[in-house]
Design a binder for this molecule. Structure first.
Ligand code: SF4
Length: 356
């Protein structure tokens, strides 16, 4: 199927989008700031999870200045549950960079947007096309899937060659007078019609007559992605420690400034699967006195390259007179309002909220 036929079908795609675009909060008042925040939130995160976070975020931080000036601990709290916290830190870095350049708003071109921390080709393309109608593509995983299927191309979409090839194709397809609409339409098609694996709803697709994968019945095999490297498995023992005072407080720890889950809060935890004896010894070493340890259900959290397989203990502790560096005590309410505890610890947070 020729590229020209795909190009000729773009007007049908735009009409389809006008009829079927979902009403999403960032589409209702698409300022550059709001589109940027939503695009960053949507990377690696489902729309349903993003919507409530998005509302809270833009209410507390309605503009770049508010984002630049918020305390990092509070900023991370607004990101709690979305994962990949470096995205929030980069948003703030970018906001600070814009203000340091004497501006109050995001730059208006793809090239200038690309210079900001955390803004890659996809985000720069999305903001520049949607908000400033610059004729640039915005190629995310959804777009790659649609393009690979439309052309029946089995080049690995994650390889440098594949990225280059499909981005160049997207560039040739973007209509000069409707770049933002086109980019959003292809993404929407990927999210709602050209679904991954065996699920594309080709009968609802404006491209069904020109799509190679549909004609050949090969949609389920496309796009091709090289198998990701096996994740490293790390064992951890997580401790839920509640003081014997009223109101009770829980021992939490601020993670280091660099590395995985930097600057976020966590329940005390150590490498390996510790026996009760070893856990008692670890706590004694910290100056924390416990009577009995209760074993908790195991939990697992998958990061991009690592999996944590966690065991855990719960204990009531005497309120420590002094705490080691980086540790503090917080009530349930304080944890909910002030401290961002990442979803890697969700099972333990759930235990606290439902049982304690
Ligand atoms: S026809 Fe089917 S496989 Fe092709 S782009 Fe549309 S939904 Fe995807």
């Amino acid at each position: 199927m020729s590229e020209q036929k795909i190009k000729d079908t773009v007007p049908a795609l735009l009409s389809w989008y006008e009829l079927h675009a979902r009403l999403l909060p960032w589409r209702q008042n698409p300022t550059p700031y709001r589109v940027w925040i939503s695009e960053i939130m949507l990377q690696q995160t489902r729309i349903e999870a993003v919507i409530p976070h998005y509302h809270a975020f833009v209410t507390r931080m309605p503009n770049l200045r508010a984002l630049a000036e918020i305390e990092e601990t509070e900023l991370l709290k607004f990101w709690e549950g979305l994962g990949y916290y470096s995205r929030a830190r980069n948003l703030q870095k970018a906001a600070k960079t814009v203000l340091a350049n004497g501006k109050e708003d995001l730059p208006e071109t793809y090239a200038e947007l690309l210079k900001l921390p955390g803004i890659g080709e996809y985000t720069a393309g999305a903001v520049a096309s949607i908000c400033f109608n610059e004729c640039v593509p915005a190629v995310d995983g959804n777009v790659l899937r649609v393009l690979a299927r439309l052309t029946g191309d089995d080049t690995d979409v994650l390889s440098p060659e594949g990225k280059k090839k499909f981005t160049a194709l997207a560039k040739r397809l973007v209509p000069r007078d409707a770049a933002g609409k086109f980019n959003q339409a292809v993404m929407e098609l990927g999210e709602t019609v050209c679904l991954p694996n065996t699920a594309p709803k080709c009968e609802k697709c404006p491209f069904s007559e020109v799509c190679v994968a549909h004609r050949k019945g090969s949609a389920a095999e496309l796009p091709v992605r090289k198998k990701a490297k096996k994740r490293k498995i790390e064992l951890r023992t997580v401790l839920v420690l509640k003081t014997n005072e009223t109101p009770a407080r829980f021992l939490i720890h601020k993670r280091p400034q660099k590395g995985l889950l930097a600057n976020l809060f966590e329940y005390p935890n150590v490498d390996g699967t510790l026996t009760e004896e070893k856990t008692q010894a670890f706590l004694a070493n910290m100056g924390v006195k416990v009577n009995a340890l209760h074993e908790l259900e195991t939990a697992k959290h998958v990061f991009t390259h690592i999996e944590w397989h966690m065991s855990g203990y719960f204990a009531i502790i005497e309120t420590p007179k002094a705490l080691p560096d980086g540790y503090c005590l917080a009530t349930k309410e304080e944890m909910a309002q002030r401290y961002a505890i990442p979803s890697a610890f969700r099972a333990f947070t759930k235990f606290i909220n439902s049982k304690l």
